[in-house]
Design a protein around this ligand. Sequence first.
Ligand code: CA
Length: 249
Amino acid sequence: MMRKHQFMPKAIHDSEAVNSCARKSAIHSSIMILIVEDEVKIARFVQLELEHEGYEVRHIIDGNKALKSILENDYELIVLDLMLPGLSGTEVLRELRKVKDTPVIILTARDRIIDKVEGLDYGANDYMTKPFAIEELLARIRVHLKRSKEGAKRVSYGKLVVDLSAHTVTYDGATIDLTKKEYDLLVYLLSHRGEVMSREKTLEAVWGFDFYGNTNVVDVYVRYLRSKIDDVFDIKLVQTVRGAGYIIK
Ligand code: CA
């Protein structure tokens, strides 16, 4: 049977569970979750359960303070109530989505379809209504953490996908073989998409100081990238900005 949130978590009473909590903490020590919730009892319960799973947890009651903390910190996931003092959960979500794509699970007593649709429209990743089963919340948290971790390991540009963990590049599923420096240059330009990157900056970031002053290297490697990507797939990936550098936009 699933436990509802009025039950106390087992961890508090069970010293073996506390030990296992300490072991798990070492595993996910860097995963920080924020709970934004004005019902202190619920927040405390969720916090204890999450800490038992080994996550680091912060709890904030007020919408304004929560938004400030979200903008200043890199939380891996946010559990967000809708009816809050200060800014509402919807307003917090709308503001944070302007700058961050942190996974957000709305946890609210509002169960009307319109609230759910609005929450998801504003960019929530998931929506749960109170009362809730803690096991379900934990399972959804795991799913969203896994998804965002996988998302962070890939950079894509249209049909071009760079898998940052496997160091592979594909276009529409077809593998593109790049040398180490071609790959580094591509990742550098892609991660500064929309910005013109000067030859000097690019040289320093991709080749380091050994090549200081030899900005022709950048031009040569841009040509290599074009011959392997643009020419083959008939696209215009890396563009030249005369007198300024290169851009992927
Ligand atoms: Ca509330």
